[in-house]
Design a protein around this ligand. Sequence first.
Ligand SMILES: [Zn+2]
Length: 147
Amino acid sequence: MINCSEVKRLLPAYLDREITGPNRDAITRHLEICETCRQELEALNADIEGLRSVKTPEPSPYFVTRTMAQIQQTESATRGFKTRRTIGRVLTTAAAVVLIAVGIWFGAMLGNGIAESGNKANRTDEWPFETNSPSFAEVYETMFAGE
Ligand SMILES: [Zn+2]
């Protein structure tokens, strides 16, 4: 008489019809009387069905070609993105430098112009305060060379 653990061990082979003859009959008879092993068989059957449906997808035509093309597309897209980001970063930095330089120059010129106009009789309130407006080089020297 076959027991439950033996049936469970043999179920995959039983399902694959590798077990024939009296052994197969013994398992079949056991399954008829044993609820537990029947459930085991059903679970195993469901597993095998699931595996079959997953494991045998129809390979689409030119699958490899299309996959390779997709990979190359993704790579070049990534490269392009990185390049754009680098250019963007450089441009942002350059713009910031220019803005700061212009800001320093303009601010110094404005301050100088206001100071000059306060002292002089012929003051003009119109930009660019033509009275001795410093050049950028002069402002730079003042700022970084100390007077
Ligand atoms: Zn059993």
